[in-house]
Design a protein. Structure first.
Length: 410
């Protein structure tokens, strides 16, 4: 088997996963072989591991303005999401209403839809719409809450477009109505400031591999005095809130990753944002009939989602791969489906553009040289694919090859 190493790629798929930071790996390695004790053991050999986990818990808490004992370690963001929503429903079994959005990650979207379909235990789910910029209407949100609402679960930042929701305001509205509030902050944590001491959020989810820690480790923040029922029941770990022996090395690495994220937050919002803007503006300027998906400013600093009309996202990705460029498609198309992303459909992106959507998500490890590499190759790829597209030829008969203006949707 041939492996493509990271010195041969331009990696711009950081919303899918990130490289483990070298400092994080260095922090993790001793706990695979040298310090392998069980942190729950009574002996000193295991106890020293427990102390290191406590240090990691403090670093994670510091990143989001929480108290260390408000954190429950999990295996991933999906587990954190499920735990929060199910715990809220168990806390108020007489309430059957869940409020979420139409653009949630499948970890929330599919769970809510499953709960709504369960025979004999059906829950009522309100999926709030978004506008063309991917933004929610706060008044519509407030009007959706009623006496039967048990929990709100709304993401802080969208994984496809990077659009930021007004979570502080939404949490305050939920609190005023006595409704528990959960936010999936998997994409937001480490990229934008979060201070849970100042925002009345009850549950918040984090996933380690989105901020340069390992895969297979996550965190659920549970505000003190919030009603809580464990999802995994077993031993005494996490004060009985999540059974199972701790994923020691990954937890310690996550602590280091959160410490690094805090230190790099300014760079994320200056240098990385500038790289993103250069990339985005260059693509829109050099590629006729292209459009930005998502709000221009209320967005993560690292994310851009651009649609190119009359081409397929998967074809774009295959051609990008030839030049060592890693991105992802905004389209959920597979060999058995022609449906575009549910996020883009909810935003009302035109059908001719939704299938040709590309997400490019950067990190602190990206460079201006890499941005130039993408700008050199992506516009010609789009132009070439359009010459092969019967839809493009039909829509622009007599003008193929002629420069055009950007789509008027933006």
């Amino acid at each position: 088997m041939t492996f493509v190493t990271n010195d041969k790629v331009v990696y711009m798929d950081n919303n899918a996963t990130t490289r483990v930071a070298p400092e994080v790996l260095e922090e993790m390695l001793p706990y695979f072989s040298e310090y392998y004790g069980n942190p729950s053991s009574m002996h000193t050999f295991g106890g020293q591991v427990g102390n290191k986990i406590r240090d990691a818990r403090e670093k994670i808490a510091a990143l989001i303005g929480a108290q260390p004992d408000e954190l429950v370690f999990t295996s991933c963001g999906t587990e954190s999401d499920s735990t929060a929503i199910l715990a809220a429903l168990q806390a108020f079994p007489e309430k059957r209403h869940i409020v979420t959005s139409r653009v949630e990650h499948p970890a929330v979207k599919n769970l809510c839809e499953r709960l709504a379909s369960l025979t004999g235990h059906k829950h009522r789910v309100t999926q709030l719409p978004v506008d063309r910029d991917g933004m929610l209407d706060l008044q519509q949100y407030e009007d959706s809450l009623d006496e039967d609402t048990a929990v709100v679960s709304v993401m802080w930042a969208n994984n496809e477009t990077g659009v930021l929701f007004p979570i502080a305001e939404m949490a305050a509205i939920a609190k005023s109505k006595g409704v528990l509030f959960h936010t999936d902050a998997v994409q937001a944590a480490g990229k934008i400031p979060i201070d849970l001491a100042k925002i009345p959020i009850d549950f918040l989810s984090i996933s380690g591999h989105k901020l340069h820690a390992a895969k297979g480790v996550g965190v659920l923040y549970v505000r003190k005095r919030t009603p809580f029922m464990p999802f995994l029941i077993g031993g005494h770990q996490e004060k009985g809130r999540r059974g199972g022996t701790e994923n020691v090395a990954s937890l310690i690495g996550l602590g280091k990753a959160c410490e690094l994220a805090a230190a790099h937050m300014q760079e994320e919002n200056t240098r990385v944002r500038a790289l993103r803007d250069t990339l985005e503006n260059g693509l829109l300027a050099r590629t006729p009939h292209s459009m930005l998906n998502g709000h221009k400013t209320e967005r993560l600093p690292n994310t851009t989602n651009v649609s190119f009309e009359y081409v397929e996202g998967e074809a774009i990705l295959l051609h990008l791969d030839r030049f060592g460029i890693c991105a992802s498609s905004g389209s959920a198309c597979t060999s058995g489906s022609l449906e575009p992303s549910h996020v883009l459909r909810a935003m009302g992106v035109p059908f001719t553009a939704a299938h040709g959507s590309i997400r490019l998500s950067l990190s602190i490890y990206n460079t201006s040289r890499e941005v130039d590499h993408v700008l050199e190759h992506l516009p010609p790829i789009i132009a070439n694919l359009r010459t092969l597209s019967p839809f493009w030829q039909t829509a622009h008969r007599g003008s193929v090859g002629r420069s055009g203006s950007q789509c008027g949707c933006k």
